[in-house]
Design a protein around this ligand. Structure first.
Ligand code: GAR
Length: 219
């Protein structure tokens, strides 16, 4: 089967993009990272992409009068490059409903909480302050509402008593780097089906392929 052609959108560091690129180097990985797109010409991740032989493209939102014009240029570029799936990876621009609906079921996002808890910004501070024992990260299909949409993969991360937002963010980021390649692999291998707001995994080898959680020793 032909590999799914993917564009990864970043705004700065791009460590999740790097995890997707590294996973895609495996000959059996069912997706190819064709392009890394950034709204920010200074995004550090662009250098890594270029060094790895991936086309980089900057579409600076500040060059456009309206969000619709900015997004029209993105769609024009993606369609000319034959992109089939968008992976948002720390892309810090909200996308309009028109854009999201145009690319319906063809945009994934990663968010550093166990959605539907803690949508939006400052998630680690909010998770600690909430008193919750666990948080984590989520890869989901994108819908017009922010941080909303059918969930593909999640990893659970404990909140420790001495945690700071930075320490927690770093532990969650390690898990992000595992679940994003996992989710992309399942999607690109066409092993997921969307049923309403649920994603069913049809992976014959491992029905729990999209779950990472702290294991306790079996008695
Ligand atoms: C990641 O932690 C990602 O989950 C988060 O931004 C960081 C980007 O890091 N995304 C969001 O908060 C989106 N709502 P990266 O540039 O190193 O991948």
């Amino acid at each position: 089967m032909a590999k799914l052609k993917v564009a990864v959108f970043i705004s700065s560091r791009g460590s999740n993009m790097q995890s997707l690129v590294r996973a895609s180097h495996d000959a059996d990985f069912p997706a190819e990272i064709v392009s890394v797109l950034s709204n920010n010409p200074e995004a550090a991740g662009l250098k890594f992409a270029a060094e790895n032989g991936i086309a980089t493209h900057v579409i600076d939102h500040r060059d456009f009068e309206t969000r619709a014009d900015f997004e029209a240029e993105i769609t024009r570029y993606l369609e000319s490059a034959g992109i089939e799936l968008i992976c948002l990876a720390g892309f810090m621009r909200l996308l309009t409903a028109d854009f999201v609906n145009h690319w319906r079921d063809r945009i994934l996002n990663i968010h550093p909480s166990l959605l539907p808890a803690f949508k939006g910004l400052h998630v680690h501070e909010r998770a600690i302050e909430s008193g919750a024992r666990f948080t984590g990260c989520t890869v989901h299909y994108v819908r017009p509402e922010m941080d909303d949409g059918p969930i593909i993969a999640q990893a659970v991360v404990p909140i420790l008593q001495e945690d700071t937002a930075d320490a927690l963010a770093a532990r969650i980021l390690e898990q992000e780097h595992l679940i994003y390649p996992l989710a992309l692999k399942l999607v690109a291998a066409r092993q997921v089906k969307i049923h309403g707001n649920r994603v069913l995994i049809e992976n014959p080898d491992e029905p729990r392929a999209a779950m990472i959680y702290p294991h306790t020793e079996e008695a």
